[in-house]
Design a protein around this ligand. Structure first.
Ligand SMILES: Cc1cc2nc3c(=O)[nH]c(=O)nc-3n(C[C@H](O)[C@H](O)[C@H](O)COP(=O)(O)OP(=O)(O)OC[C@H]3O[C@@H](n4cnc5c(N)ncnc54)[C@H](O)[C@@H]3O)c2cc1C
Length: 370
């Protein structure tokens, strides 16, 4: 924080140093907006979910000028995916035929730290353990926004970016509201596969069941992540946060059970909210939201990290224009976030409609009705 002690005025302050916040900072540097500060509450030391990224993310790394550095990180390639969706049979989608090559299974902790490092190596200032507390606005000032943090001195800036992820905590202080389209829950376990050959299979597996859907992927450090996405009400009814019940359900699956039957039941489970939601509005006078703060997508899309980088790139141009007294691109940014969300909902609806085996089951009725 010592650098901030001497330097409390910035063109842009980005709250949240996840992939969206870091991408926005890198893109701003690339177009010449130099005085940017990222305030991050954490320290990049905790494990994080959200690891599968599609092959076309490569294009976004190129646009951010970090493609070569990313390749050097050596994240696990994702060679394709199996899915049991809409019928008992297991289908296969092979990345071998994708002209962009394989996707990746990221080590998220290392990836998020890499993105933050790319920003600071480009000259940006990032402070960890700096939790945003409040924002106030002074009219007719060169730096109209003052942001306060827990345990840190305040800073002032011309433009504020909310990159805090699902809570969109800064945008809500500006009066924006989160419009919830669907609310689900993912319950996951990490398995150590060092002494098995499971992790050698660099393929994801998706399997629909009457209560929701299972997902399994190899991740770096010889680990396997297995998650169940369902409704909070269903999780409660079947007590699925209890590792015994969760593991018993896993072992009833048609395909996934065969892949995990050599593994011991997990000692504990992790769970996350997995909403489909849109921030309204995603930008206003002197502020905008990026990544999950602007919109959250169902993890079935594997688009969360891609969207974080894409919105960061789009936002940087809108911010540069705003600082250059060309405010119209903020309206275009709002439109972009809304249009992308509608495209996402259309694809999601199509995907859930493909599964018609359990028309009386609450999970599928709710997804198909929405
Ligand atoms: C179960 C699950 C599975 C998923 N699977 C995938 C997947 O396979 N592929 C995929 O691409 N995506 C997946 N996602 C989504 C993906 O993880 C997110 O879309 C992505 O992390 C969004 O990046 P972000 O930078 O917008 O937000 P985040 O990654 O949430 O980063 C927000 C940052 O803001 C910081 N922050 C929060 N509050 C404050 C504060 N008050 N002050 C300062 N800093 C703050 C946080 O510490 C954090 O570093 C999944 C999500 C879940 C929950």
């Amino acid at each position: 924080m010592s650098a901030i002690d001497n330097n409390r005025e910035f063109d842009v302050v980005i709250v949240g140093g996840g992939p969206a916040g870091a991408a926005t900072g890198i893109a701003l540097q690339n177009i010449g907006v130099g005085k940017v500060f990222v305030a991050e509450a954490g320290t990049y030391s905790k494990p994080k979910i959200g690891e599968s990224i599609p092959p076309d993310t490569r294009k976004l790394f190129q646009r951010l000028n970090i493609a070569d550095a990313f390749e050097l990180q050596g994240h696990e390639p994702c060679l394709g995916s199996f899915s049991c969706w809409g019928s008992e049979q297991l289908g296969f989608n092979d990345n071998l035929f994708n002209p962009l090559g394989a996707g990746w299974h990221l080590d998220r902790r290392r990836f998020d730290k890499f993105m933050a490092d790319q920003f600071t190596q480009g000259g940006g200032l990032l402070a960890g353990e700096t939790r945003f507390a409040s924002v106030s606005v002074a009219h007719n000032a060169t730096y109209p926004f003052q942001l306060s943090f827990d345990n840190q001195p305040p800073v002032r800036c011309r433009f504020v970016v909310d990159a805090t992820g699902q809570p969109a905590i800064v945008a809500r202080k500006f009066g924006a509201q989160i419009k919830m389209q669907d609310a689900m829950l993912s319950i996951a376990a990490y398995f150590d596969c060092k002494d098995t050959d499971l992790n050698a299979l660099k393929l994801t597996l998706l399997e629909a069941i009457n209560l929701g859907w299972w997902y399994c992927a190899s991740i770096p450090n010889n680990q396997l992540v297995v998650s169940l996405t369902t409704d909070a009400t269903i999780a409660k009814e079947y007590a699925l946060k209890d590792p015994k019940n969760w593991f018993a359900l896993l072992n009833q699956t048609a395909h996934l059970a065969g892949r995990v039957n050599t593994l011991a039941p997990p000692a504990h489970l992790h769970y996350w909210k997995t909403p489909s939601s849109l921030l309204n509005p995603p930008a206003g006078n002197g502020w905008l939201a990026v990544g999950d703060a602007a919109s959250c997508y169902d993890p079935i899309s594997s688009q969360g990290v891609y969207k974080a980088l894409a919105t960061g790139l789009k936002a940087a141009q809108a911010i540069a224009d705003w600082l250059d007294n060309k405010p119209n691109t903020l309206g275009e940014y709002r439109q972009y976030i809304g249009n992308e969300f509608i495209n996402y909902l259309t694809q999601r609806e199509y995907f859930y409609q493909q599964e018609q085996r359990w028309q009386d089951a609450l999970f599928w009725q709710q997804r198909q009705a929405s």
